[in-house]
Ligand binder design. Sequence first.
Ligand SMILES: CC(=O)SCCNC(=O)CCNC(=O)[C@H](O)C(C)(C)COP(=O)(O)OP(=O)(O)OC[C@H]1O[C@@H](n2cnc3c(N)ncnc32)[C@H](O)[C@@H]1OP(=O)(O)O
Ligand SMILES: O=C([O-])CC(=O)C(=O)O
Length: 370
Amino acid sequence: MTNTEGLRGQSAGQTALCTVGKTGSGLTYRGYDIEDLAAKAQFEEVAFLLLKGYLPNQGELPAFKARLRANRGLPAALRTVLEQIPASAHPMDVLRTGCSMLGNLETEHKFSEQQEAAERLLALLPSMICYWYRYAHDGVRIDTALDDDSLGGHFLHMLRGHVPPELDVKVMHCSLILYAEHEFNASTFAARVCASTLTDLHSAVTAAIGTLRGPLHGGANEAAMAMIEQWSGPDEAERELLAMLARKDKVMGFGHAVYKEKDPRNAIIKPWAKQLGQAVGDRVLYPVSERVEEVMWREKKLFANADFYHASAYHFMGIPTRLFTPIFVLSRVTGWTAHIMEQRAHNRIIRPNADYVGPGHQQWVPIAQR
Ligand SMILES: CC(=O)SCCNC(=O)CCNC(=O)[C@H](O)C(C)(C)COP(=O)(O)OP(=O)(O)OC[C@H]1O[C@@H](n2cnc3c(N)ncnc32)[C@H](O)[C@@H]1OP(=O)(O)O
Ligand SMILES: O=C([O-])CC(=O)C(=O)O
């Protein structure tokens, strides 16, 4: 593999949204450290920061949250489509289809409508996934226009059918902040490539959802869960993990295309996973996770990325594994739509070259002679 494969290490454009690994391990959103945002901000403040370019003041934040609350309801035609999708479908495919359908029902006709379209998607995606999930699994048509203050609380309320405890809402805030934005990651880049053709916002977000789904990107939190839940304790985990490494299997939730020392989001989500594990009396999953992290560093110098401890944290909150990557979508839609707007503001169609490695010039052979 050449060093430049996967465009690794190359600049593919400019952004004012985020820095990743500029000092080896740091992460900032519009100049603010992720540690400060995760400890001090509400997710909605971070969403506003990404979408508008500055932190909201005391008047702007409640107004923004009120707009998000008012935008939670699903159009009837979208509910009808969601009701057709079987319970066996992957929830990421449901979001992809739902986002595309919304583009038919609430088409973004002019770019001057982009802020409203972005806020609508942010407010409505939790309703979309929970409406489908509860209908497909329990046959219940949930009320999505609940009055929860926060997006994370609203999501948990719809999913469970009751108001969630404060600890779970706090963890959701933190998780949504950590997942909101990450420069030119694969799904954001897909959204920007799409936007660079001057297509509509829903098309670009649909492309991003499809890109996030894979296990090398957002799908890693689900894949990490599938791996750690197989093991009955740390010793079995270590044995099996060493066998995986000997086979050169990829270990999901480890490594990163940009960070070289650590992923700063790991140190923030890990203590929450520990606290949630203690709250539910876990004696297996968290110790297994810690051993996996220890062995990966000892054997390969590979560190846990944002996805690894998200797996156990979500699991301890009772969230079904197949909804892990969709939660990533509910958050990253802020980064995607902010990047789409940034791309449009300084647009040139994204169209790199390729190094040709195919056959030399060929003589045409008529089909009867082949
Ligand atoms: C929120 C996010 O999207 S974070 C990323 C989530 N994805 C995952 O957790 C999936 C597992 N991780 C991976 O597949 C990779 O680390 C990626 C996709 C994140 C980054 O890929 P790359 O930039 O190509 O990785 P990198 O160049 O650092 O790899 C160096 C070597 O380490 C190995 N390696 C990297 N990550 C892992 C891993 N998780 N498990 C085992 N080996 C690994 C590579 O195979 C490569 O080995 P080689 O030189 O023998 O081929
Ligand atoms: O930046 C990346 O390549 C992947 C990542 O961590 C993210 O999208 O959050």
